[in-house]
Design a protein around this ligand. Structure first.
Ligand code: SF4
Ligand code: SF4
Length: 128
């Protein structure tokens, strides 16, 4: 099992933290259901995305928050905070049995994202 360091530039997400870090405890990466199997990064999405505009989403986000001593310690030390990554995009070359991602780093992107489909795993590479 491996876990990539997540860099995320989706600053519309409740889990986003300055420094392009993700504060979620866990993220799940999926194929965009509308497009079927992913062929390019834009066909993938981060299911843990919560648009930060609504209160309901803030409450939802708190259930998946990587909060507590680890975070404050990490802030103090400048350590990278990164969520556990589960991925269902099994035609990506970094995908591993068990829904793991064996990339060293992934970049989640989605300029002006307002819904999960607007987010992408930019590190996706088709293995077919
Ligand atoms: S879009 Fe995904 S990776 Fe980015 S901050 Fe939100 S939950 Fe984390
Ligand atoms: S790089 Fe590939 S395996 Fe890793 S999270 Fe992104 S789509 Fe999934």
């Amino acid at each position: 099992m491996s876990n990539p360091i997540v860099k995320c530039t989706v600053d519309q997400c409740t889990h986003y933290m300055p420094g392009d870090q993700c504060m979620a405890a866990k993220i799940s990466v999926y194929n965009d259901a509308m497009k079927g199997t992913s062929a390019k990064p834009q066909d993938t999405l981060c299911r843990a995305f919560h648009h930060r505009k609504t209160m309901g989403d803030m409450v939802g986000a708190l259930h998946n928050a990587n909060i507590g001593g680890t975070v404050s310690a990490a802030f103090m030390e400048g350590t990278q905070i990164t969520p556990a990554v589960e991925c269902f995009v099994n035609n990506c070359k970094f995908w591993q049995t068990g829904n793991y991602c064996n990339a060293e780093h992934i970049h989640v992107a989605g300029p002006n994202a307002s819904k999960t489909a607007d987010t992408d795993c930019d590190t996706f590479e088709n293995n077919r």
